[in-house]
Design a protein around this ligand. Structure first.
Ligand code: ZN
Length: 282
């Protein structure tokens, strides 16, 4: 069974083919903000078309970088790229590529990828956070994505951690995403994220806000493990060692909830593997 997997993010999109569980094709392109949705769809059509000349495609799984209405299988919106509002992406794949498809937001799909194929395997309940251009979260309970009543569960990026903080793209002030996401690090601190992560003094302050967000997750869910993916998580021990120490400091004294926080095992491919797992479940 061959699965086309698509990961549509804020700054890039990736597309892959899996033969059963094995990735056999993969391509990544930077997002052309000017071209918006139509440019990206044309790219997907072209790449999938080329791959099709080599092998049959049977089905498609999609992780989309923005809120998704799961029951209706429509994109709700993208805060980073124009033209996606209320777009029936799954219907487009069915009509343009002739494939049955299933879609969820990229944090939920990344969570499923790490739960089935990555650092979350054997840890349930699992919380996955993507720490990248933005911040998203996904919850896995009993091996399934927990979406909540309206498909909006897991949105850790918009927990308020600094009520007096700067305004977030969502309109609120001091959201976890506003304080810790990649898109804000250079404007706020004058250096790109990968440089800031090499500065222990900066990281010591940074993990205070990051831990405020994750503390809420630990106190509410008591997850067996928290997996963090996305570009900033590639800082490794420089980030994770101070983060664990800060969480230990912040978690309520009597709580025996474990603090098991690790980087994603699938690197840039958590969402692609998750799209495979989602398509297999559908
Ligand atoms: Zn916000």
């Amino acid at each position: 069974m061959n699965t086309l997997a698509i990961d549509i993010g804020g700054t890039k999109f990736s597309i892959a083919v899996f033969e059963d569980d094995r990735m056999v094709e993969r391509a990544t392109r930077a997002t052309d903000r000017e071209g918006g949705r139509d440019w990206m769809l044309a790219q997907i059509r072209a790449i999938a078309g080329q791959w099709r000349e080599r092998r049959r495609l049977d089905r498609c799984g999609i992780g989309f970088g923005g809120p998704v209405n799961f029951p209706d299988q429509r994109v709700a919106l993208s805060t980073h790229v124009g033209g996606w509002q209320d777009f029936p992406l799954v219907e487009w794949v069915r009509e343009e590529l002739g494939l049955p498809a299933v879609m969820d937001n990229d944090a939920n799909v990344g969570a499923l990828g790490e739960a089935v194929y990555g650092a979350g395997a054997g840890f349930d309940p699992l919380f996955y956070m993507t720490l990248s251009t933005g911040i998203g979260g996904g919850i896995i309970i009993g091996g399934e994505i927990y979406r909540g009543a309206d498909s909006y569960a897991g949105e850790i990026g918009h927990l308020t951690v600094r009520p007096d903080g700067p305004q977030c793209l969502c309109g609120a002030y001091g959201c976890l995403e506003r304080m810790c996401a990649g898109i804000w690090m250079e404007p706020d601190h004058g250096r790109p994220a990968h440089e800031l992560m090499k500065d222990p003094e900066f990281v010591r302050r940074y993990v205070v806000d990051l831990a405020l967000g994750l503390k809420a997750c630990i106190m509410l869910l008591n997850p067996a493990r928290i997996v963090i993916g996305g570009g900033i998580s590639k800082a490794g021990d420089a980030l994770f060692v101070p983060l664990r120490a800060e969480l230990r400091r912040q978690i309520t004294a009597w709580s025996r909830a474990r603090i098991d926080v690790v980087p994603a095992a699938l690197g840039d491919d958590s969402v692609l593997y998750g799209a495979l797992a989602l398509a297999r479940k559908a």
